[in-house]
Design a protein around this ligand. Structure first.
Ligand SMILES: CC(C)(COP(=O)(O)OP(=O)(O)OC[C@H]1O[C@@H](n2cnc3c(N)ncnc32)[C@H](O)[C@@H]1OP(=O)(O)O)[C@@H](O)C(=O)NCCC(=O)NCCS
Length: 233
């Protein structure tokens, strides 16, 4: 058997630890030679709780992202950061180490014909991409969400559990689609907009808005929450 590929997960929060679960599923169901070896987690903003929870997974917390300077050659990195704008910020920090990004797709995720994705895709169990879908860098697709044919998702888009993006939709960079939200066919959601949990988007939505309800209506402008903030999204 060939040597496993080393991996460091950036982010000790829920998204990072869930990502570790996907990696475990990949390893336990691997039929060929490919496996990941998780060297540990790094995080520039760990909390006491998140460090403890990482240790309970039996994986070391290595320290800040500065530790990426000392990892073995060939080590890959995965961004375990849920909120799109924080993932974008984390990418800016991590990129300077020049390490390759991992693609982490759960064995129970289903990716259809001619779906194209860029580096850093994370897809959890039960995700369904149908056909001719295009995904940008560091798109995160959470448990049991569906992305319909001919849809395009920009860099750093996150789609939450059980959300349904219909065919021919366009989600611009940094969009967050909340849990169980639905998008009807052909709608476009503007950059950095948050679609609230349970919303149904029936019309195009401008950039940097929070929209909620059925049908979805703008609630307010998005306010950025920096790293270490209360985590409103
Ligand atoms: C829409 C959202 C961003 C609003 O956040 P917020 O502006 O901080 O909202 P608050 O929690 O302060 O609530 C403000 C009001 O909006 C209502 N509200 C919040 N989220 C709502 C939603 N998704 N749909 C309808 N109403 C919502 C609240 O009940 C509250 O109403 P009230 O003033 O009558 O009491 C957030 O609630 C949400 O849905 N986020 C999606 C997160 C998600 O699905 N993450 C998945 C991670 S895996």
């Amino acid at each position: 058997m060939s040597r496993p590929t080393d991996l460091v997960i950036v982010g000790t929060g829920g998204e990072g630890r869930d990502l570790h679960g996907i990696v475990q599923a990949i390893n336990s169901r691997a039929t060929g030679d490919f496996r990941w070896r998780v060297l540990g987690f790094v995080d520039d903003y760990p909390t006491e709780d998140s460090e403890k929870l990482v240790n309970r997974l039996g994986v070391p917390f290595l320290g800040s992202t500065g530790q990426l300077a000392d990892v073995p050659p060939g080590t890959h990195v995965a961004l375990g950061v849920g909120r799109p704008h924080l993932r974008r910020e984390t990418d800016r920090t991590v990129r300077r180490y020049g390490l390759p990004y991992a693609t982490v797709v759960h064995p129970d995720a289903n990716i259809g014909a001619d779906c194209v994705f860029a580096e850093g895709l994370v897809a959890a169990g039960g995700v369904r991409l149908t056909t001719n879908v295009v995904l940008g860098r560091h798109v995160h697709l959470n448990h049991n969400c569906t992305i319909g044919h001919d849809s395009m998702l920009g860099d750093f888009v996150s789609v939450s559990p059980l959300a349904a993006v219909s065919g021919h939709c366009r989600l611009d960079e940094g969009v967050l689609v909340g849990t169980t939200a639905a998008l009807v066919p052909r709608v476009r959601v503007g950059r950095d907009t948050v679609v609230g949990a349970g919303a149904c988007v029936t019309r195009d939505v401008p950039a940097s808005m929070v929209v909620t309800g059925v049908p979805a209506r703008p609630r307010r402008a998005v306010e950025w929450v920096d790293h270490g903030g209360p985590g409103a999204y």
